[in-house]
Design a protein around this ligand. Structure first.
Ligand code: NCD
Length: 307
């Protein structure tokens, strides 16, 4: 039995297969309408979510399966003090696969150790968010035709942004990918990403404060929200929340074939005037998210592609 806790749980070849399956699903959606008939997905969300939970649920429904679950810790036995391990043992009796989001780093790993069904990490605190990364990879590959030979700018809250951590871990495995890490000093990437991932793999990267200066060299700009819920005090959040706001003026500095991604939700960091720019890919990204989750559910349940 396999889980998806971290993007590195899948080799580059396996990710490649998964993205190809997702792309086949995109183009032949109706052919997959019954491949998971009779299967049940549990969505265990201890933290708020719109896209990730609904995208998992929509993915399973498009595969012919069913869904059950909860969307806040308050409405589960967590509110009575039940451990994640006990909850997943229980859920293993009701469902065939589970997607879990939890505010504590490492909680998906804890769940996987107690589980009798595949566990998908749908975000564990400020740590990892591997299915957002699959979404990001599919978006980049679909828009540019490649995952290698590019410069990616990651901008905003690189400290607490789990989507950033997962994306960097996944992208360092492709040849000639360079990173420009654009953040205020207080929100730079954690050392386990800088030292254990980027430096350890001899990846070319720089850490800068200015988005304007970085713009012209980027092939992908990955904007992120300042993660309010991970701050210890509100004053710091208020001081840092509007550090970067991408607008039409800034987009003039970018290449014509650069794409803007954002895991969403957006707060203030991308002005809505950018939405109509053909390089704005963040809503397209949402669509790809459902296809990759369909492909992931099929892969973990070992469901065959229809003939
Ligand atoms: C992200 C998350 O939850 O980490 N959202 C998502 O799943 N698409 C990003 C965020 O909340 O800022």
């Amino acid at each position: 039995m396999r889980h998806m806790l971290n993007p590195l749980d899948f080799s580059v070849e396996e990710i490649d297969q998964l993205l190809s399956l997702a792309s086949d699903i995109e183009h032949h959606l109706s052919q997959y309408a019954h491949v998971c008939d009779g299967k049940i997905l549990a969505t265990l969300f201890y933290e708020p979510s719109t896209r990730t939970r609904l995208s998992f649920e929509s993915a399973m429904l498009h595969l012919g399966g069913s869904v059950l679950g909860f969307s806040s810790a308050n409405s589960s036995s967590a509110a009575k003090g039940e451990s994640v391990a006990d909850t997943i043992r229980t859920v293993s009796c009701y469902a065939d696969i589970a997607a879990m989001r939890h505010p504590k780093e490492g909680s998906a790993l804890v769940a996987s150790m107690a589980s009798n069904i595949p566990v998908i990490n749908a975000g564990d605190g400020g740590h990892q968010h591997p299915t957002q990364t699959l979404t990001d990879l599919m978006t980049i590959r679909s828009l540019t035709g490649r995952l290698d030979n590019m410069t990616i700018g990651l901008c905003g809250d690189l400290k607490f942004g789990r989507t950033v951590h997962s994306l960097i871990e996944a992208m360092v495995r492709y040849p000639n990918v360079k990173f420009v890490l654009i953040a205020p000093d207080e929100l730079k990437v954690p050392s386990y990403i800088r030292d254990d991932v980027l430096k350890a793999h001899n990846i070319e990267f720089k850490e800068v404060n200015s988005l304007d200066a970085a713009m012209p060299e980027l092939d992908i700009l990955y904007m992120t929200r300042v993660q309010k819920e991970r701050f210890f005090n509100e004053e710091d959040y208020i001081r840092l929340k509007d550090s970067y706001i991408l607008n039409k003026e800034k987009m003039k500095l970018a290449k014509d074939n650069m794409f803007v991604l954002h895991p969403l939700p957006r707060v203030n960091e991308i002005s809505t005037e950018v939405d109509s720019d053909p390089r704005a890919a963040y809503f397209k990204q949402v669509q790809y998210g459902m296809y990759v989750r369909m492909a992931l559910i099929m892969t973990l349940l070992e469901v065959q592609k229809p003939c």
